[in-house]
Design a protein around this ligand. Structure first.
Ligand SMILES: Cc1cc2nc3c(=O)[nH]c(=O)nc-3n(C[C@H](O)[C@H](O)[C@H](O)COP(=O)(O)OP(=O)(O)OC[C@H]3O[C@@H](n4cnc5c(N)ncnc54)[C@H](O)[C@@H]3O)c2cc1C
Ligand SMILES: NC(=O)c1ccc[n+]([C@@H]2O[C@H](COP(=O)([O-])OP(=O)(O)OC[C@H]3O[C@@H](n4cnc5c(N)ncnc54)[C@H](OP(=O)(O)O)[C@@H]3O)[C@@H](O)[C@H]2O)c1
Length: 494
């Protein structure tokens, strides 16, 4: 062991240095691949703007889907193994430091042999309609998800905490991707203790949401049923809420079983979706497939029962509010859709839905760092321009030593498994290039003056959150502010 340490200590000066910006799934899977495959010794530094790691695994994935967060076990094992001294490779986590603000990208590029941008999508896609930015009770999915997951920048946001949740009966959600389905589940089923009490949902959010007497949630898509964005597993979870007296609806003008011939549908997932909706829309005793009769629907605890509805072929036009600035309704126009999936807005055919809460769930937006322009880095179509993860400059040539991984590379599409595959491809590009990238000898990046967390700090924060969770019968109880996290680790060494 000592010999091994000495051997690698002596090669320390030959270590290649790689910085990774962002500690979400893409940052960690890139690090994992590099650290497990690289033949020359590496020093991988991961910079994270929050004091804690894991990005959307911690602050995106729905609290009632804890199994999805199992990827964090792989990330933890990787960090633990390579944080130990005497390893061929070194891994260092620096939390609470924003690249582009407290440490510049230029400095990383100057001092590191390679830099991987994996900072995800930090903004919102927008509808661009009147009322979207200044109406009380209108939120983006990113804001809402961050809030209910206890993200330190949102957990105590007054726009949520001071909102009058007791007025929320009718909810509109624009978009029908899986995030819209996560939000529908959270809003419609939060009073069912067995679904939420044991989760790590922010207790502040859960308390607010439980004040909302939600009756109806409408998921509004601009396209038709056939072009729905959700996946079957997530849709099924919504239908299965009938066992708690919560029911789903689709207007027959948008979906009718007899409009489809199941045997002629080639796409298996789509065939299953049609079958699922056909079956669940029937009364329980008329369903023909056992698969959809696992749990008998229960009578609703309230009258009218809570319902969610898939709504189609409408584009929002205007958000309407009352004298106090609260949302009252949403005006939309109807759409038709061409065979090649183009939307035609029928501007003279408008409908208005009375709403007490509106969430725009259009996907997250990637944002360029301010330095990109000065450095001549190409950012277009909502992502970093790249070839196999190699970032391109404004002339379309590769920017030596700069890489993009995850949602900043692809835009906000893809699950953790596809993010992992993409991250592996990027790491492989780096491994191919490394020997031809110049070794920079300009020294260490000085962050000692910045308040920050290290991997051992995260270890103690994590332990505290899990202990608190155990005491309260929850998976974990998160710290809800950066200040709490930054000061906690100082008192409790790992
Ligand atoms: C609401 C939601 C739920 C999801 N649920 C699932 C699911 O159930 N199953 C599934 O497979 N996939 C799910 N996904 C998809 C999955 O989360 C993504 O595929 C994955 O997180 C993308 O990883 P990433 O590392 O590119 O981005 P992120 O996870 O966003 O990580 C980016 C990290 O960079 C940090 N960062 C940002 N700016 C800076 C900066 N300037 N300096 C330093 N650090 C910075 C951020 O704080 C963050 O930690 C979900 C996505 C969302 C939005
Ligand atoms: N359980 C899970 O596995 C899980 C959970 C959450 C998220 N995720 C993944 O995370 C990724 C992001 O999910 P997401 O739901 O945020 O995004 P998404 O799947 O891209 O869905 C976005 C929705 O917004 C609509 N939309 C976009 N712009 C619009 C506009 N201007 N006007 C009206 N509608 C608009 C889209 O409609 P069009 O289709 O018409 O563009 C679509 O319905 C996806 O890959 C998703 O699968 C997975």
């Amino acid at each position: 062991m000592i010999l091994r340490f000495l051997r690698y200590a002596s090669t320390n000066c030959e270590r290649r240095r790689i910085s990774i910006v962002g500690s979400g799934p893409s940052g960690f899977y890139t690090a994992y691949r590099l650290l497990t495959k690289c033949e020359v010794p590496l020093h991988v530094t991961m910079w994270e703007k929050l004091p804690v790691p894991f990005g959307l695994s911690r602050y995106g994935v729905a609290p009632d889907h804890p199994e999805v967060k199992n990827c964090e076990d792989t990330f933890t094992a990787c960090a633990e193994e390579f944080s130990r001294p005497g390893q061929k490779h070194l891994f260092e986590f620096i939390g609470g430091v924003t690249v582009g603000e407290q440490v510049t990208l230029s400095e990383l590029i100057d001092k590191q042999d390679a830099v991987v941008l994996s900072y995800g999508c930090t903004g919102d896609k927008k509808l661009g309609i009147p009322g979207e930015n200044d109406t009380k009770g209108v939120f983006s999915s990113r804001e809402f998800v961050n809030w209910y997951n206890g993200h330190p920048e949102y957990a105590n946001d007054p726009r949520f905490v001071n909102f009058d949740w007791s007025r929320v009966k009718n909810v509109g959600i624009i978009g029908n991707g899986n995030v819209a389905l996560d939000l529908t589940r959270a809003l419609i089923s939060n009073q069912i203790g067995e679904l939420w009490d044991g989760t790590d949902i922010s207790p502040i959010a859960l308390k607010c949401l439980r004040q909302a007497p939600v009756e109806h949630i409408r998921l509004i898509a601009r396209r038709d049923f056939d072009h729905s964005k959700f996946t079957n597993k997530e849709l099924r979870e919504l239908w299965e809420l009938e066992r708690y007296g919560i029911y789903g609806k689709i207007d027959p003008q948008y979906f009718r079983e007899d409009a489809y011939d199941l045997r002629s549908i080639k796409d298996r997932a789509f065939r299953r979706r049609v079958e699922m909706c056909s079956e669940y829309l029937k009364p329980f005793d008329q369903r023909t497939k056992k698969n959809y009769k696992k749990f008998a629907p229960q009578p609703s605890a309230q009258s009218p029962p809570k319902t969610w509805e898939l709504d189609y072929l409408k584009t929002p036009v205007r958000i309407n509010s009352d004298g106090s600035g609260y949302i009252t309704s949403l005006t939309l126009c109807r759409n038709s859709i061409t065979e090649d999936n183009k939307i035609c807005q029928l501007k003279d055919q408008q409908v208005t839905y009375n709403l007490d809460l509106l969430i725009t769930s259009l996907g997250y937006a990637a944002k360029p760092l301010a330095e990109f322009q000065k450095l001549g880095i190409q950012f277009e179509k909502g992502r970093l321009a790249n070839a196999a993860g190699r970032v391109l400059d404004s002339h379309g040539a590769t920017f030596p030593g700069l890489y993009a991984s995850g949602w900043i590379r692809t835009g906000s599409a893809g699950v953790i498994a596809s993010t992992m595959m993409g991250a592996f491809e990027v790491a492989d590009s780096i491994l191919q290039d490394l020997s031809s990238l110049p070794a920079k000898q300009t020294g260490r990046i000085d962050f000692s003056h910045l308040r920050h967390t290290t991997w051992p700090d995260w270890r103690s924060i994590n332990r505290k959150e899990l202990q608190q969770g155990e005491q309260e019968g929850k998976t974990r109880v998160k710290f809800l502010s950066s200040e709490e996290m930054l000061s906690f680790h100082k008192q409790s060494p790992a």
